[in-house]
Ligand binder design. Structure first.
Ligand code: EPZ
Length: 418
């Protein structure tokens, strides 16, 4: 078990470059299976979730290696169709390999991804869409076997704008001759990133970022060499800005995409931070004490992202006033709340609602990360707390942050790994 120790009450100041998006690179890694050639993913983040995706690819017979911060993926030798339960349990979003395995191999054998610490995480939207396109699912115990019986391009109306389901449909649809149209598609920036990669492979996909995505499927799949630079991580970027806001500091981000962060930047402004945007740079000047945001409701993009909710929960713990948060996406996304209460914030949680009374007397405590963004929220709270905060199970944080300790140290925080 790894622990992160934070010595609080230091005003952060500095400039950092934003890492590449975890949720951008994962679907692209799955999509590399569509190309029985070589993909170079530039500035690929070194994350434990990426390590798991690499293990999945190697388990399928692909050859993967690092060259500096580029990840080279050669899938020309891929023959496998199965993802082990061990890997599925390590990273449930390995379900994103389903669409490309069906497209390339005509079958996939995965473990029921099951829930995670955030909640049930169903995949019914994935299954019903892929079945309509010609996939046949059978399950025995926790193994799901999926076989392609036909490849039918069609129009699919999603009951919810699911990110993963949109991605899986895109990945299978490229192998279905004709036009597949996804209505009520997820609009997250990571979907547009995947579209860019698929078009670089020679497919014709359009509409990503809008509610309707069209995929022109072809009979054959490419065998080519392509380079791809995924988008920066908007949630990691939000984390560093919140670190500035919670300590009354000044933080500059480089290589950011402000247009991916409008809801986040608006919330930071509402809490009293000054935000300056120039090209791919975002500068935040935090207030002496954040103001409470009256109401924060999570929603699919372009709404306020659920992955940033824990970060703003931590900000609310030191804010002047009461913040109301409504978490609409996952049923268990306030796991860090009791730890923040022990640190001194007034925390009231009822189902998907939370109310937080901020305090100027947050005190450092030993706490435990229960999930990736909840762990990051506890580190942020530690930055503002008096004394030491020790965050246990910090390996959960390493799933999504490339160098959280180094990055915060660069900004002047007193933080180290224990
Ligand atoms: C993606 O998860 C992200 N993961 C999540 O980040 C993110 O929180 C989420 O999108 C929402 O933005 C990756 O991209 C790898 P969804 P995903 O399908 O695709 C319901 C992280 O750690 N739903 O958009 O699983 C679901 O329960 C993670 O970075 C169904 O009901 O999310 C949720 O309420 C945490 N049936 C809503 O839709 C389905 O078949 C949105 O889920 C699929 C989803």
């Amino acid at each position: 078990m790894s622990r992160i120790v934070v010595e609080g009450r230091r005003r952060l100041e500095g400039s950092i470059s934003v890492q590449t998006a975890k949720n951008g690179v994962l679907p692209v890694l799955a999509a590399t299976i569509l190309n029985s050639g070589v993909t170079v993913i530039e500035k690929c983040p070194k994350l434990t979730d990426v390590d798991v995706a690499i293990s999945v690819l190697e388990g399928l017979g692909c050859r993967v290696h690092w060259e500096g911060d580029s990840l080279i993926v050669d899938t020309s030798t891929a023959t496998g169709t199965a993802i082990s339960c061990e890997l599925m349990h390590k990273m449930r979003s390995s379900v994103i390999f389903l669409g490309s395995l069906l497209a390339r191999m005509g079958r996939a054998d995965i473990c029921l991804p099951g829930g995670c610490e955030l909640g049930a995480r169903p995949i019914d939207i994935h299954v019903s869409a892929l079945e309509k396109m010609g996939a046949k699912f059978t399950s025995e115990d926790e193994i799901i076997s999926c076989v392609v019986t036909r490849r039918t391009a069609c129009e699919l109306v999603l009951p919810k704008p699911s990110v993963g389901a949109t991605e899986n449909i895109m990945l299978f649809a490229v192998s279905c001759k004709g036009t597949t149209r996804i209505i009520n598609a997820a609009k997250e920036p990571e979907i547009a990133d995947l579209q860019d990669y698929l078009n670089a492979l020679g497919f014709r996909v359009k509409g990503a970022g809008s509610p309707v995505i069209e995929i022109q499927g072809k009979g054959e799949l490419p065998a080519t060499y392509v380079r791809h630079r995924p988008i920066p991580d908007r949630i990691a970027a939000a984390t560093w800005l919140c670190a500035g806001a919670i300590t009354g500091g000044t933080v500059e981000l480089r290589s950011a995409r402000p247009e991916h962060m409008k809801a986040i930047l608006d919330a930071l402004k509402e809490s009293g931070s000054s935000i300056y945007v120039q090209g791919d740079r975002i500068t935040l000047i935090g207030p002496p004490r954040p103001k409470a945001i009256r109401r924060l409701t999570t929603a699919p993009f372009p709404g306020f992202p659920t992955d940033a909710q824990p970060l703003f929960f931590a900000l609310a713990a030191v804010a002047d006033g009461r913040t109301f948060i409504e978490e609409t996406m996952f049923e268990n996304r306030f796991s860090f709340g009791p730890d923040l209460a022990r640190m001194g914030a007034g925390v009231f949680i009822r189902g998907k609602f939370a109310a937080i009374d901020g305090t100027t007397k947050l005190t450092g405590q030993p706490v435990v990360a229960k999930d990736l963004r909840g762990g990051a929220a506890l580190v942020l709270a530690g930055l503002a707390a008096e004394g030491q905060t020790i965050v246990d199970q910090a390996e959960l944080i390493d799933r999504g942050y490339e160098h959280i300790v180094n990055t915060l140290s660069l900004l002047g925080a007193s933080v180290w790994r224990d």
